[in-house]
Design a protein around this ligand. Structure first.
Ligand SMILES: [Zn+2]
Ligand SMILES: [Zn+2]
Length: 357
């Protein structure tokens, strides 16, 4: 079956291109919420003037792909092509695309376009652009033979980086690296709440950064592994008495979980001027007593993935310090099995799908 998935222009300067440039895409398509994906042929149409086309080699499977498939956040658009941790080689470059050449290996993450002229874009915070394009909402993602993206969001991969394992860095990796880059010091004490897809990368980054790292996990089976990722201490997130003993300890807590926690007890583990930073999409509101913040001059904050420059910086740091996600690989043709494995909660710790079209 052939379908024309809604082309979502991200740049205003699109120009028609010769028909020979456009590629017929093979893609795994979800026609509706909670439906298995089926392999379809999708006509891509002309390449946008500022866009590049990438032949997908690997694409990480992130928990957000599952959330969008199941429309958990109410913003999904169908038919949907998921996949937003893409590694591949540039195969076509629009006439106004900058800085990329055919054959170059690049990565694409949660965002794949922004307006390039608003205050946020001009300040380097493209990920905060009001028009920022999510790669898998109203845009075709990377569980496909090809993906297209605005040139600014196709990030060149450092030569030293193990590209087959790099996919999860492009969304999950930058999501936990950005708060460390913004708020951590190498001399600081950092707590990572939740040791899963995001949290295990957060532990690795914080340890490489030089921080004293405490891992919080509800699963005792992950204690040893968390120490292996570089944590100096591991605490059960269910053990309120143990958490209370950590009062006033942390300069930065990064929460990667999507479940409710004893937030007040967690906040009281923050040192004066400490910060609880949320990157896990917990849907229930976080109740916070004003005095928890006022007394120690504490902050509560969050952030979405990162800007192109933060992604580039993160990839450079990861290649320099050998920060590699722990992955399990599936051929892309086993995509529905891979989603089921993720949903089961058994994935350790990130899944990567290898393109096999
Ligand atoms: Zn903008
Ligand atoms: Zn993601």
């Amino acid at each position: 079956m052939s379908s024309t998935l809604g082309e979502q222009p991200v740049s205003t300067q699109r120009q028609p291109r010769p028909a020979s440039i456009s590629t017929t895409n093979k893609a795994w398509v979800a026609q509706a919420a909670k439906q298995p994906m089926t392999l379809e042929t999708v006509e891509l149409g002309p390449l946008g003037a500022e866009d590049v086309e990438i032949a997908v080699e690997h694409c990480g499977l992130c928990h957000s792909d599952l959330s969008i498939l199941n429309n958990e956040w109410g913003l999904s658009q169908y038919p949907a092509i998921l996949g937003h941790e893409v590694v591949g080689r540039v195969t076509a470059v629009g006439p106004n695309a900058k800085g990329l050449k055919i054959g170059q290996r690049v990565g694409v993450g949660w965002h794949s376009g922004s307006c390039m002229h608003c205050h946020q874009c001009m300040s380097g915070s493209h990920h905060l652009c009001p028009e920022v394009q999510f790669t898998i909402v109203g845009h075709r993602g990377g569980f496909a033979s090809h993906i297209r993206t605005h040139w600014a969001w196709a990030i060149p991969l450092p030569d030293k980086l193990n590209f087959a394992e790099a996919g999860p860095l492009l969304c999950g990796g930058v999501t936990v690296f950005a708060p460390l880059a913004m708020h951590a010091k190498p001399t600081g004490r950092v707590g990572i709440i939740g040791i899963g897809g995001l949290g295990h990368m957060a532990v690795k980054f914080a340890a490489a950064y030089g921080c004293d790292v405490t891992a919080f996990t509800s699963s005792e089976s992950k204690f040893e592994e968390a120490l292996g990722f570089g944590a100096n201490h591991v605490v059960s997130s269910k053990d309120s008495a143990a958490i209370k003993k950590l009062a006033l300890r942390f300069d930065l807590l990064i929460s990667t979980v999507n479940v409710k926690l004893d937030w007040d007890t967690m906040l009281n583990t923050l040192a004066p001027n400490g910060r609880l930073h949320v990157v896990g999409a917990v849907l229930e509101p976080i109740p916070v007593a004003a005095f928890s913040l006022i007394a120690g001059q504490r902050s509560l904050s969050g952030s979405p993935a990162g800007s192109p420059v933060t992604i580039e910086t993160m990839l450079d740091f990861a290649s320099r310090h050998n920060v590699v996600p722990q992955t399990e690989h599936f051929p892309m043709s086993k995509i529905n099995e891979a989603f089921a494995w993720l949903e089961s909660g058994k994935a350790r710790y990130r899944i990567v799908l290898d393109a096999d079209f």
